[in-house]
Design a protein around this ligand. Structure first.
Ligand code: ADP
Ligand code: MG
Length: 697
């Protein structure tokens, strides 16, 4: 007992120990500076310059006491990862020694050379200056290294002309747009907003694989592309469903314990850990937080997963499809809205009035997702995620919404509102009737939907394990802001014209359901029949990144981002250029790696085996032994080697074509190679197999 209590206490002690949190700041700042800074963080304003020096000095003193020697502005360029450039605190004094200094100016603004980050044609190299600006809504933290520590300051990254070059800037802008429209909705519902804001919440469930480092090092494809380009699915993989939630092996457990401790010290509220569907696959999920912070925390979580894995002799694979034929890795994006009343607006309320508000948000989401299904798909598009969407245990590339039986029934009642006689007593009057309780178990049964209502939040399951949550959340915030804007505008007009609030709302929501109900689907999203049904409904099925980006390039999307101040036209275009370029480059790199492996590893191994077979066969013929089986085996190996060689040639030629040509040629090359793997002796096969990588950790 005492042991357990002791451990529990130590967690509360070290939770957030490496974060310059409000709690810590209180001890380091004067009351005036503390109050100013908390107001800044709460209202998302920029910091008052008159307190910047004091805050910077306090931050430095705290960090130095924890062993930090350097600081860095930590930002999220469009590469999809994080970036940092370190400066030490030292400044020579005039007596041959040094002082440790950190000024308000250095805290607020950094000036990294931006020329090597993608800008999508927004900026010429001679105008390479980029700036990083502190985001006080996400606290500074300390990253501990082997021999020292670094103070990391979360920042937004933009060009000298003010163009956003990162993922945080539009996320913050989209959060502001959402807040504005939610507060406007609140006022229509008689909820006072005063100076308060609304915000989205995010809980990101992160899937990952762990494999032994020694295997990783023997696979050029994993090293250079993050996924296996060759390899057969082993006889046993996930069919027995014995890994999911299975007992965790001690070596993995030691890793997870270490991981949680690190995450907690960084103030990341890691909550659940478990084995996932595929052997060697796992998941970690935090308690949800305000979206911007949760996005930063997920970026740190990915980095921490990789770092801690190394310490345990593992490599953590965050690729969406590291192994073909088995489960891929996603990142479930649990999203909700906290209104200016401090309540979760996606939780059905107790009163008819609260329920009218809840159903307004649900209908806004239905309208938003149906109108911008292509844009949402584009927000999760990448070369890696293309392999996952629609394959084993992953939602299809077709966007649809799962509401569960009970909520669907209520939505159907809203739809039939105007034709009460057609369905006796099955109508619901908004603002008058109550919603029956929606038990979580009935809302969460369908795991095949890409966008599911799960009791008090929507779970967007299409994002890939390797992606930043920023992209999908920028889109979600903006499309919901737009839907609410349109609902509010109509509602305000009708109230102005003397209509009753509830009746006007009912009519608006009814129209939304009628127009957008095609996006609702409670059935099996993995079923092939859904593809035909979705096509019949006119829902887009954007199978790959190129198709998704083409949808994102539509004028309607650019206009929306511009209207809500999230991305200018130029920013939208540049992002689409960057993502398309990244996609093409990723596919080209994979193809080059596949060619290299096939030429220098696979073909030589096959030839070596053939020559052994030829020698044996010659001997057998000399001895006049019957050797039909062995002759046939040689024939098969010979045929597969030839097929491999011609597939190599075809892939070389495809390199001049489109990405889909290249991918098709890679697939064709993989076939004979994977067949060879089943024939070539183990000691000759030049790389670790799936069975070894997935089952021996
Ligand atoms: P699952 O069954 O998918 O594992 P859970 O109920 O365990 O779902 O929740 C998954 C994630 O959803 C967790 O990160 C949790 O904190 C988050 N979550 C719960 N409520 C909310 C909310 N209101 N807003 C955002 N995320 C939430
Ligand atoms: Mg989930």
């Amino acid at each position: 007992m005492s042991d357990g209590a002791g451990r529990e206490q130590s967690v509360t002690e070290y939770f957030g120990k490496n974060v310059f949190s409000l709690k810590t700041m209180r001890n380091y700042l004067t009351d005036k500076a503390f109050e100013s800074l908390t107001a800044t963080a709460r209202e998302g304003r920029t910091i008052d310059p008159s307190i910047a020096d004091e805050v910077a000095d306090a931050m430095k003193n705290w960090a130095v006491a924890k062993g930090a020697t350097h600081f860095t502005h930590w930002f999220q360029p469009l590469t999809g990862t994080t970036a940092e450039k370190h400066d030490s605190f030292i400044e020579p004094d005039s007596e041959g020694g040094v002082l440790l200094k950190f000024s308000g100016k250095e805290l607020i603004k950094g000036e990294p050379d931006a020329s090597s980050f993608p800008s999508g044609g927004l900026r010429a190299t001679f105008e390479a200056r980029g700036y990083t600006a502190w985001d006080p809504t996400s606290p500074a933290f300390i990253k501990e290294g082997e021999n020292g520590a670094t103070l990391c300051i979360p920042t937004a990254f933009y060009s000298y002309t003010g163009v956003a070059l990162d993922k945080k800037t539009p996320l913050l802008r989209s959060a502001a747009a959402l807040s504005k429209q939610v507060c406007r909705t609140a006022r229509l519902f008689g909820i006072p907003t005063d100076n308060r804001r609304a915000y989205a919440t995010l809980g990101a469930e992160q899937e990952y694989f762990l494999i032994d480092q020694s295997y990783f090092e023997q696979r050029l494809d994993l090293i250079q592309t993050g996924r296996t380009l060759f390899g057969c699915v082993p006889a046993k993989h996930q069919q027995m469903e014995d890994h999911y939630f299975g007992s965790i092996k001690p070596r993995v457990m030691a890793f997870m314990e270490d991981l949680d401790r690190e995450l907690w010290s960084l103030g990341i509220p890691s909550k659940t850990r478990h084995n996932e569907v595929c052997p060697a696959q796992f998941e970690v999920a935090p308690v949800f937080e305000e979206q911007n912070l949760a996005v930063d925390h997920n970026m740190i979580t990915m980095e921490t997963l990789k770092r801690v894995a190394e310490r345990h002799g593992f490599v953590c694979l965050l690729h969406e499809k590291p192994f073909e034929g088995v489960n891929g890795s996603g990142k479930h994006n649990n999203w909700s809205i906290i209104g200016p009343d401090g309540k979760n607006w996606l939780a059905p309320g107790d009163s008819p009035h609260e329920n009218a508000k809840f159903l307004t948000i649900i209908c806004a989401l239905i309208k938003a997702v149906d109108t911008h299904a292509g844009m949402l798909r584009a927000a999760v598009a990448s070369a890696g995620n293309d392999h996952r969407l629609g394959a084993n245990e992953a939602p299809p590339a077709i966007l649809s919404i799962y509401l569960g039986e009970q909520l669907t029934e209520i939505i159907e009642q809203i739809e039939s509102g105007a034709v009460k006689s057609s369905r006796k007593a099955e109508t619901m009057e908004l603002g008058v009737d109550s919603i029956p309780p929606l038990p979580k178990d009935t809302t969460d049964r369908n795991r095949t939907s890409p966008f599911a209502f799960t009791g008090n939040k929507f779970e967007f399951r299409a994002p890939g394990a390797n992606q930043s949550c920023a992209g999908p959340n920028i889109v979600l915030n903006t499309i919901v802001a737009e839907a609410l804007d349109q609902i509010c505008t109509q509602l305000e007009e009708e109230i102005q014209a003397g209509q009753d609030f509830n009746e006007a709302l009912q009519a608006i929501l009814q129209q939304i359901v009628k127009t957008h109900k095609r996006i609702l689907f409670n059935g099996d999203g993995y079923n092939i029949a859904w593809q035909a049904e979705a096509e019949r409904r006119g829902l887009p099925n954007l199978r790959d990144t190129e198709a998704a980006i083409a949808a994102a390039r539509s004028a309607q999307e650019a206009e929306m981002f511009n209207r809500y101040g999230v991305l200018t036209y130029a920013e939208t275009t540049s992002r689409n250029n960057i993502y398309e370029e990244q996609y093409k480059e990723t596919v080209a790199i994979e193809a080059r790696v596949a060619l290299k492996m096939a030429r220098t590893l696979v073909v030589p191994a096959a030839i070596e085996y053939q020559s052994a077979l030829v020698t044996t066969l010659r001997g057998l013929v000399e001895c006049e032994c019957k050797a039909d089986g062995q002759r046939e085996l040689l024939g098969t190996v010979c045929k597969l080697t030839e097929s491999t060689l011609s597939a190599i040639k075809a892939l070389e030629e495809a390199m001049n074509g489109s990405s889909s040509d290249i991918l098709a040629a890679m697939k064709a090359l993989r076939q004979p190679v994977d067949q060879l793997e089943t024939l070539v002796p183990k000691e000759l096969w030049p790389m670790p197999t799936y069975a070894e990588m997935l089952f021996t950790i």
